[in-house]
Design a protein around this ligand. Structure first.
Ligand code: NAD
Length: 435
């Protein structure tokens, strides 16, 4: 059993803390946000992540999981310290290291004995070295420590499953003993271990996200070609994906990627290359295609409305950047809605998890948690997130509520021929329009 502190209780830190507590470790989660800590201590989970509430509650009750704003106590009571604070991107594409630096500087001042500092946040190459330097500069008296890079690969929406069943565990450190201890800690979860130097570990995370983003932009460009030549991108993707070397995942054409990781990590990787005097051409194109895909979709919606969105009532189903999360960071739906508003449309939105958070970000948009209520009198229903409950929609009921039976599906959720049978004009991405 290890005594673990987790700094930062966002999507990554909270899940990590709960999962380590679940396998028997004693975990203190620290955050600088007192309101978050107060809510967590009362058993309230500030984010939407399936299964997380139950996991937190049972481990709190068992006395293995606690929450605090008191970093000093958390650090002094622990031997392994995970850093899972945010690393957003600055305007210029550089990674904003404020949260990391702040956490490390406070940590340095609170060191009472040897600690292993494990970096879970996604950080640029060279961060392990910088942490070492910040630690040495910040310590009041020299206390030994080790730094291990252990990038996180969990996906929001399936974060607990991903933590308990990782595809791989990347551990990068110059300190073999510390790396081994972190490896032993993770062994309970399984997954193939990749031991590396710190720089390679830091790059594996960016390389993985950049590659997945490239797959998405690739299939979106294929979809755009399909539209021009009359082919069906879902068939093309199926035919491609059955090749073992390619695989079927991340080949769903649509409105492009969003969220808290891919957009920022692709930009950061581009900057890392630029700073090393290298022009990462493919990645530049991946990012550009993704931006254009949102714009193309807005054009598609406008065209489906006859070329003019002014004064038109549009319902957008789905706000979160993907299903099973309430995360709205860089969600395509937000850009699409704002662009439709700029064109004069009146937008009502539906999202089962993110509606209340979205209201503050989308002035003039009614954000609801009932898809039917949101669709009342709509001249077009736009699908921006493929929430599972939308697959069970009663289309007869929907047809009776809307002003015009028009669906523009940015996630290719339905079969075009079936939608035509149900009486809808159905427009999707990279597939022939019906009727
Ligand atoms: P988040 O913004 O949800 O959470 C960060 C938390 O850190 C916040 O609660 C914030 O209050 C807290 N914090 C900031 N400074 C602090 C300090 N000095 N002391 C204590 N707490 C502090 O972020 P997230 O989505 O959990 O992501 C964390 C990191 O993990 C990022 O680097 C991200 O790129 C990476 N990551 C995220 C995901 C994901 O799906 N969200 C997946 C893999 C990796």
């Amino acid at each position: 059993m290890e005594r673990i502190a987790v700094i930062g209780t966002g999507y990554v830190g909270l899940v990590t803390g709960c999962c380590y507590a679940e396998i028997g470790h004693e975990v203190i989660c620290v955050d600088i946000d007192p309101d978050k800590v107060r809510r967590l201590s009362l058993g309230e989970i500030p984010i939407y992540e399936p299964g997380l509430g139950e996991l937190a509650a049972s481990n709190q009750a068992a006395g293995r999981l606690s929450f605090t704003t008191d970093l000093a106590r958390a650090v002094q009571d622990s031997s392994i310290i995970f850093i899972a604070v945010g690393t957003p991107t600055l305007e210029n594409g550089e990674v904003d290291m404020q949260q990391v630096r702040g956490a490390v500087e406070t940590l340095a001042r609170q060191m009472n004995d040897y600690k292993i500092i494990v970096m879970k946040s996604t950080v640029p190459v060279g961060t392990s070295r910088r942490i070492r330097q910040w630690m040495e500069e910040g310590q009041q008296r020299p206390v030994p420590f080790s730094v291990v890079s252990n990038p996180e690969f969990l996906r929001e929406g399936t974060a607990i499953h991903d933590t308990f069943h990782p595809d791989r565990v990347v551990i990068g450190s110059d300190d073999a003993d510390a790396a081994l201890r972190v490896e032993r800690l993770q062994a309970a979860f399984g997954g193939e271990v990749v031991r590396t130097d710190p720089e390679s570990a830091e790059l594996i995370k960016y390389a993985s996200n950049a590659f997945l983003a490239a797959k998405i932009s690739f299939i979106n460009e294929m979809a755009n070609v399909c539209e021009k030549v009359g082919a069906d991108v879902s068939l093309v993707a199926r035919g491609m994906g059955l090749d073992n070397r390619i695989g079927p995942k991340f080949l769903q054409a649509g409105i492009g990627y969003g969220g808290s990781c891919f957009p920022k990590d692709t930009r950061a990787q581009l900057k890392i290359a630029q700073n090393a005097d290298y022009d990462f051409r493919i990645l530049r194109a991946v990012i550009e295609v993704n931006t254009l895909q949102r714009e193309r979709f807005v054009e598609k919606v406008t065209a489906a409305l006859g070329g003019n969105a002014t004064g038109r009532s549009i319902t957008v189903w789905g706000l979160a950047f993907k299903p099973n999360t309430d995360d709205l960071r860089d969600a395509p739906a937000l850009d699409i809605i704002r662009a439709l508003q700029e064109r004069g449309a009146v937008v009502t939105a539906y999202d089962p998890a993110a509606a209340s958070k979205a209201s503050a970000l989308l002035p003039g948009v009614r954000c609801l948690t009932d898809p039917y209520e949101a669709a009342e009198n709509a001249e077009a229903v736009v699908i921006a997130t493929d929430w599972e409950d939308l697959r069970r929609i009663d289309f007869d009921r929907l047809r009776s509520l809307v002003r015009k039976p028009l669906i523009i599906d940015g996630r290719n959720m339905f079969a075009p021929a079936e939608m035509a049978e149900k009486g809808f004009t159905y427009v999707s991405v990279g597939r022939p329009a019906f009727p």
